[in-house]
Design a protein around this ligand. Structure first.
Ligand code: 13P
Length: 344
């Protein structure tokens, strides 16, 4: 495969394809496993992810790349094959989460606002991940809407860290996924859709300013933003048509056309809403970049519960995962329809 950043970035957002975010930290995957009464061990995490990566139909037709966690990129399948080789054989590109998590941002808002850490030693870690097969990476910054927040300090510090991360990735021959997430869930999520629009526009402007200052090659990166959507605790939820229209408007205002693709996070939306919103955006047409998915929860929730931690349910888990991957693939070309969900 080509090693050019621009080619890797374009392959990640090829028509009808999107990214599987399977980079849950050990703490996060434990929470997901708790819900299905499954103990999180190195082996159970391996079994679960092996089930996903061996879903050959999904991995070769709908999933362009997979974001892995440090443990997984080093892990071998039960038969000894490296998990990375399984996804590569299916034609899917291995990626790696390289941030070390969102930590309290020192200052008056430290109980709520965070700064994502992980820049120290990142150059060396990226060199190792490249050797392990990673050709793209992810760094997630978290922006919380609350009373008087986000602060400019939070937006600025996180944008700056994203740009330094992105420049280091490109130096290492790795495509950076730049993920500034304006949260839609959590205890403060009472904001309306227009507040989400305002804060997302502000954040994206700041991020692209920093990327420019850091001389990041926009053609060799992917943006992973939130959609423009009301907070989960808001009494007033917007229609799917409004979410699609406002998200596209906000992105057109802020994301240069040189960026090959935008791959959304699902952020706490239901599986079907995440699919419908993406499909509606693509159906609008006239977009300067590819618009696709880089979902974690919205691609995995159904598979997790069908699997339930039991080896006899692997085929059911793979069917559930393949179905969501296929629905989102259709959404990435604007061709999803609710009737297709029922046809499953
Ligand atoms: P969700 O789709 O579950 O929001 O996860 C995507 C992701 O990678 C968050 O960093």
């Amino acid at each position: 495969m080509t090693e050019r950043l621009e080619d890797i970035a374009r392959a990640l957002v090829a028509p009808g394809k999107g990214i599987l975010a399977a980079d849950e930290s050990s703490g996060t995957i434990k929470k997901r496993f708790d819900k299905i009464n499954t103990t999180s061990t190195e082996d159970s995490r391996r079994d679960y992810r092996e089930m996903l990566f061996r879903s050959t139909d999904a991995m070769s037709n709908y999933i362009s790349g997979v974001i892995l966690y440090d443990e997984t990129i080093r892990q071998k399948a039960k038969d000894g094959t490296p998990l990375v080789d399984i996804m590569k054989a299916a034609g899917s590109i291995p990626g790696i989460k390289v941030d070390l998590g969102a930590k309290p941002l020192a200052g008056p808002t430290s109980k709520i606002e965070t700064i994502t850490e992980g820049l120290d030693g990142l150059r060396e870690r990226l060199a190792e991940y490249h050797k392990l097969g990673a050709r793209f990476a992810k760094w997630r910054a978290v922006i919380t809407i609350a009373d008087g927040m986000p602060t400019w300090n939070c937006v600025k510090a996180n944008s700056h860290a994203l740009a330094r991360y992105a420049a280091l990735c490109q130096e290492a021959g790795i495509v950076p996924i730049v993920e500034p997430e304006v949260l839609m869930d959590g205890e403060h999520s009472t904001h309306c859709i227009n507040e989400c629009y305002r804060v997302t526009e502000w954040t994206l402007r700041s991020v692209f300013r920093e990327l420019y200052d850091a001389r990041v090659n926009l053609e060799g990166m992917i943006l992973k933003p939130n959609m423009i959507i009301a907070g989960q605790k808001s009494a007033k939820q917007a229609s799917a048509a409004e979410v699609a229209e406002k998200t596209v408007k906000c992105l057109k205002e802020t994301v240069p056309a040189a960026v090959p693709g935008i791959a959304f996070l699902s952020g706490g939306q239901s599986d079907e809403m995440a699919t419908e919103h993406l499909s509606r955006m693509n159906a609008l047409g006239g977009l300067p970049w590819a618009l696709t998915f880089s979902y974690g929860r919205a691609l995995q929730a159904a598979a997790l519960s069908a699997w339930g931690g039991k080896s006899e349910n692997v085929a059911a888990g793979q069917r559930a995962f393949t179905h969501r991957a296929k629905m989102n693939s259709l959404a990435a070309t604007g061709k999803w329809d609710a009737k297709l969900e029922k046809a499953a």
